[in-house]
Design a protein around this ligand. Structure first.
Ligand code: SAM
Length: 290
């Protein structure tokens, strides 16, 4: 049986109709499944967190390579299927929960052992929550080595660019701050059942040991980026005044002049180091008010 036949068989046997609201598009392409697992570079010393295992196609390959696989799945029907399917495996744990509500740090810490030292996230993500999942994985500063995930091609392109270069979003800065992103596979729609409406890519984020830059006040740094992107069609100066980062235009223009940043620039064109300069300037003023 090939993967397409196997998937259809499991769906029929369990009366499954893919739930669009849960982003259920099941992988049926052996080459892509192998490609994801190879890119993730899994060894028997790894704890793998798989988000949304679905019918268990990727899980089955992960179980062959990893020390342990923790599957986090929201749909109880999928949980039933994989519980039965992998009942003979001792290196699997299945959590029936919304990944966004879980304390992943706790799960990772409680699963580290003498043998299992590194944690990696691997998933064919539910596309309707791609951004919140990636933000959660990065902002919670999890002790993970890498994240290898299938996501929409457009989003992957936005995440794999250097912020300030091309079409970016505020998440591009978060990704660049914490990781080295790289698109590792392009995936045709025919690799899934049912076929999704959007094209997909697999992207790998290697987590940096230290963030790429060190602003004095990390919270303020990310707040400035968030404010800039809330009004990204405006000039950055205007966005930062409207968002109350600067009290008035005079102040904003003075800071931009001192930092040698073009006052007409839009937020999406700014390099991450320049956001750091703005944040550090404000932090220094708060530390030493004149
Ligand atoms: N891994 C399977 C595969 O590649 O064939 C299925 C991937 S499918 C794109 C996404 C999976 O995520 C579905 O099984 C869906 O039920 C699950 N899912 C959706 N929302 C979730 C959430 N909030 N938390 C955990 N799993 C979720």
């Amino acid at each position: 049986m090939n993967l397409y036949e196997e998937t259809k068989f499991i769906m029929k046997q369990n009366n499954i109709i893919a739930n669009k609201n849960l982003g259920q598009n099941f992988l049926i392409d052996e080459n892509i499944v192998n490609g994801i697992v190879d890119s993730a570079n899994i060894t028997d010393q790894d704890l793998v967190i798989e988000i949304g295992p679905g019918l268990g196609t990727l899980t089955s390959k992960l179980l062959e390579k990893a020390g342990k696989v923790i599957c986090i799945e929201l749909d109880p029907k999928m949980v039933n299927i994989i519980t039965k399917r992998f009942k003979l495996y001792s290196n699997i744990e299945i959590i029936n929960q919304d990944v966004l509500k879980l304390d992943l740090n706790k799960i990772i810490q409680s699963n580290k052992t003498e043998k299992i030292k590194k944690a990696k996230v691997v998933a064919n993500l539910p596309y309707y929550i791609t951004t919140p999942i990636i933000m959660k994985l990065l902002e919670e500063k999890l002790e993970i080595e890498s994240i290898t995930v299938m996501i929409q091609k457009e989003v992957a392109q936005r995440l794999a660019t250097t912020p300030g270069d091309k079409e970016t979003g505020s998440i591009t800065y978060t990704v660049w701050y914490y990781t080295n992103p790289k698109i590792v596979l392009e995936v045709p729609n025919s690799s899934f059942v049912p076929e999704p409406e959007v094209t997909s890519s697999v992207i790998k984020f290697d987590i940096l040991k230290e963030p790429r830059i060190r602003p004095k006040d990390e919270k303020l740094f990310f707040k400035i980026i968030k404010v800039a992107f809330m009004q990204k069609r405006k000039t950055l100066v205007n966005a930062l005044i409207n968002g109350r980062i600067f009290e008035n235009r005079e102040k904003a223009e003075k800071v931009f002049k001192e930092l040698e940043i073009d006052p007409k620039i839009r937020g999406e064109k700014l390099k991450i180091e320049e956001y750091k300069k703005i944040a550090d300037y404000i932090s220094s003023e708060e530390e030493n008010p004149s």
